[in-house]
Design a protein around this ligand. Structure first.
Ligand code: F6P
Length: 364
């Protein structure tokens, strides 16, 4: 007997990253191939709570988006249905609007949902699954900090962007005999800094997993100049911190944003190096450049595999799960296994050992 054709909703939540469009395309193509219809939900869970611009994604909507950064559906860091921010007279309070999300799901006539996002989005997805919505999660983040999957799409593109920046900085650093301090993203994990730092030939890499000592950083800087290598490249993860101190944070310019924004480390480290060594220093923040641009071949492929696997998972009636890469397979695991456990850089990882073998200082 033929199974009933299904109507699936797809949404992207949290910060964007290269490869989201490739997932959306794969979801639509593989669903259409088995006769299912896909509805694109705009602006993450906001669009589920207040369905307005949601519509069937047709072939022309997904044509040409495989290699395009961002998300055609839009996304937001706000709009958690379970902790929805309401600002009145300058005061923000949080209310539970999860019933509105359930209502939106029914109003759209959906049989299931594909939620593409990072830790925050997947946590919301888990809560909605617990309330009875049949759904599957697809992990994304440039930070690569989700423990259930070996790697997330977006990470490879971000590392490539950061590495290219480090390549470019070498010539100007050398011409001016300067110390360049580059701040990269990654939140509480040092994956982007570590990988781009090694690939981009950095002399010092600072990551959240290894609190640093400025004396050690300056030792490395001085050693470089003593060797007549008259410039130095320092890569600092936004979440790295000096020993005994906290992370560098910024005020969020987004009302209702729950997570703290990190930033400011590069400027601080550059100043400290100048004050302690007398060397000329400059700092720069790569910021959201790392989230933009075309996904690399690796990310397109992984995103496509994840999108197709999401539909396979729903077809097998496996709900409340998240697809993940366990080479050589893409499998699915219960969302509970996927959320809440951050993947930090292990101190005995091959990348750290390689870095130390290469003479890179981690400031410890
Ligand atoms: O989680 C992805 C990420 O880009 C982090 O690396 C960074 O700390 C954060 O998002 C920035 O968030 P926003 O886009 O809200 O500035």
């Amino acid at each position: 007997m033929r199974k009933k054709a299904r109507r699936i909703g797809v949404l992207t939540g949290g910060g964007d990253c290269p490869g989201l469009n490739a997932v959306i395309r794969a979801v639509v193509k593989s669903a259409n191939n088995i006769g299912w219809t896909v509805i694109g939900i705009k602006k993450g869970f906001e669009g589920l709570m207040d369905p307005k611009n949601d519509r069937v994604l047709e072939t022309q909507d997904i044509s040409g988006i495989l290699n395009v950064g961002g998300t055609i559906l839009g996304t937001t860091n706000r709009g958690d249905p379970f902790k929805y921010a309401v600002t009145k007279n300058g005061k923000t309070t949080y209310i539970d609007r999860s019933d509105a999300a359930i209502k939106g799901f029914k109003k759209l006539g959906l049989d299931a949902l594909v939620c593409i996002g990072g830790d925050g989005t997947l946590t919301i997805a888990k809560q909605l699954a617990d309330k009875g919505i049949p759904l599957v999660g697809v992990p994304k983040t440039i930070d690569n900090d989700l423990s259930a999957t070996v790697i997330t799409f977006g990470f490879d593109t971000a590392v490539s962007t950061a590495t290219e920046a480090l390549d470019k900085l070498h010539s100007t650093a050398e011409s001016h005999q300067r110390v360049m301090v580059v701040e990269v993203m990654g939140r509480y994990a040092g994956w982007i800094a570590l990988n781009s730092g090694i690939a981009g030939g950095a002399d010092v890499i600072l990551i959240p997993e290894i609190p640093f000592n400025m004396d050690k950083v300056c030792e490395k800087v001085n050693a470089r100049y003593k060797m007549k290598r008259n410039f130095c490249i320092v890569v600092a993860a936004e979440g790295a911190k000096p020993k005994g101190a906290g992370m560098f944070t910024k005020d969020s310019a987004t009302p209702g944003r729950v997570e703290v924004l990190l930033g400011g480390i590069a400027e601080w480290v550059a100043k400290e190096i100048h004050n302690r060594t007398g060397r000329e220093t400059r700092s720069l923040v790569l910021g959201h450049l790392q989230r933009g641009g075309n996904p690399t071949t690796f990310d397109r492929l992984l995103a496509t595999r994840f999108g197709a696997a999401a539909i396979r998972t729903l077809r097998e009636n496996k709900f409340g799960e998240m697809v993940c890469l366990r080479p050589p397979q893409v499998i699915s695991v219960p969302l509970i296994e996927a959320i809440g456990k951050m993947k930090s850089v292990p101190l005995d990882s091959d990348e750290i050992i390689t870095g130390r073998n290469m003479g890179i200082s981690f400031g410890d």
